[in-house]
Design a binder for this molecule. Structure first.
Ligand SMILES: [Zn+2]
Length: 468
């Protein structure tokens, strides 16, 4: 049942949408509803290997019934940059999120730093509804025609681990603001380690040692799992409760597992012998992280139902980290410094079936093609200056020819300048004075795994690129 206020709000928004539609003619022409799942750091070769071993049944659905293959990315492969590129259809020079930290303020970029509209803005302005769970650089939550669950990469977090997580009730975490109360029971808080560790040991075997390296690796994994469980639960909640035409969900476990566990996954990439006991302990962790995200994907697809097209995107792949390659104690052993290809998957009536080439790095398109593909699927015009609209979008080659003929691509004028005028750029800010403190408390909470977790005092911490 809708609350009266919620019903009123939707009526008001529906009225707005009707006005927009009357003024400009029908904004949407045909189209289909879309679930866009972003998964950080999925490597197409690892996915191919695990599909062939039968360990990723939900990824295999894309391979067997739809489209699955590599996706060309852009450099630098920083998460806030790439996920903003994916959501805006434009490169970092245009969208303005060029790194983790904004140089002049020394703070993480926020949604107020972005200089062009993202999918959630464009879809809202076209009168369709959108729900967003955990996408990068969405704090503070922008007003949308729908629901948005942002997550602040707190300044302290920026110096510890570059993945979003819920720590506490910061302002601006959701739109509408009262949505936070509805979502709160769905969140696995990083600051409540009991349930989080229970969840962790369901997917990964509990290591039998307490060395500082083990504690650090496990803490980072647990931290990331708290975000993934939260965003998946929020995404499923959106999909089950009057979902928007577009639903976006972001997950990140494969990226963190790739950075932390690559040497145990592929010890042959390293010039030193990885100790047998460490291989026994962590040798399967990266594969288990992929399996975990495969199950999350399956649950999201089940919640989405069969009629919604599913687009799966990873921003980059993974390989050994050339910089720490000779250091057996490096926290980071996997990386994507050379811009290793990510992954693209598509499933549903709008798509053809393309025979899958397991483990191929031959790209099916570029990350710039994702936003225009999503708008076309929704039946909306795409801004005519977007690179993949101007120069052709390889990803649209994977549309079913009959579907594509019935839904021809439509280019429209772009609204970047108008949007920016209404959304003036603001310098990055933190959600609360005590954000850093809360964050570190949460990490210490997880530290009851044993011993002190590594905090912002670590030498590596001042250089985010050393970790990502
Ligand atoms: Zn990464």
């Amino acid at each position: 049942m809708l609350q009266p206020m919620e019903a009123l709000r939707r009526l008001w928004i529906a009225g707005l949408a009707a006005l927009v539609a009357c003024a400009d003619g029908p904004v949407r022409q045909g189209g289909t509803d879309v679930l866009l799942v972003g998964v950080d750091g999925l490597d197409p070769v690892v996915v191919g290997e695990l599909i062939q071993e039968g360990r990723l049944p939900n990824f295999a659905r894309f391979a067997n019934e739809g489209v699955l293959g590599a996706l060309e990315t852009q450099r630098p492969t920083f998460s806030p940059v790439l996920w903003t590129t994916i959501a805006t259809g434009q490169g970092s020079a245009e969208h303005g999120v060029v790194d983790f930290i904004e140089a002049s303020s020394g703070m993480p970029f926020t949604s107020e730093s972005r200089q062009v509209p993202a999918l959630w803005n464009l879809v809202s302005d076209a009168g369709l509804r959108v729900d967003v769970a955990g996408w990068w650089v969405t704090w503070p939550a922008e007003p949308v025609n729908g629901r948005l669950a942002a997550s602040y990469a707190a300044q302290a977090q920026a110096h510890v681990l570059w993945k979003s997580a819920y720590v506490s009730d910061y302002e601006g975490q959701t739109f509408p603001p009262r949505l936070f109360d509805e979502l709160r029971p769905l969140i696995t808080f990083a600051s409540e380690p009991g349930p989080l560790l229970e969840e962790l040991w369901r997917s990964f075997p509990k290591p039998d040692d307490q060395s500082p390296l083990t504690r650090r690796l496990v803490t980072d994994l647990a931290w990331t799992l708290s975000a993934d469980r939260s965003f998946e639960a929020i995404g499923r909640h959106f999909l089950a409760n009057d979902p928007g035409e577009l639903v976006l969900v972001y997950l990140s476990l494969p990226d963190v597992a790739g950075h932390r566990f690559w040497r145990y996954y592929r010890p042959q990439d390293f010039p030193y012998p990885v100790p047998e006991r460490e291989l026994a302990r962590f040798g399967d962790y990266l594969r288990l992280a992929y399996e975990d995200v495969d199950r999350a994907l399956g649950r999201l697809m089940e919640a989405a139902g069969e009629d919604r097209a599913v687009v799966l995107v990873s921003d980059h792949g993974m390989t050994f980290d050339p910089e720490g390659r000779t250091d057996p104690d490096a926290i980071t052993s996997g990386h994507h410094r050379s811009g290793e290809s990510g992954l693209f998957g598509a499933l549903g009536a709008p798509f053809t079936h393309r025979p899958y080439e397991p483990g191929s790095r031959r790209a099916l398109g570029n990350i710039l093609g994702v936003a225009p593909l999503v708008l076309r699927l929704l039946g909306l015009e795409r801004p005519d200056h977007w690179p993949a609209v101007r120069h052709g979008n390889g990803l649209e080659e994977w549309l079913d020819p009959t579907w594509a003929a019935a839904q021809p691509a439509r280019a429209g004028p772009h609204s970047d300048a108008a949007w920016r005028a209404q959304n003036p750029r603001r310098a990055p800010r933190a959600p609360s004075e005590e954000a850093n403190e809360l964050f570190l408390d949460a990490l210490h909470g997880l530290g009851y795994l044993g011993g002190e977790p590594r905090t912002a005092s670590g030498d590596e911490a001042s250089d985010p690129d050393a970790q990502r």
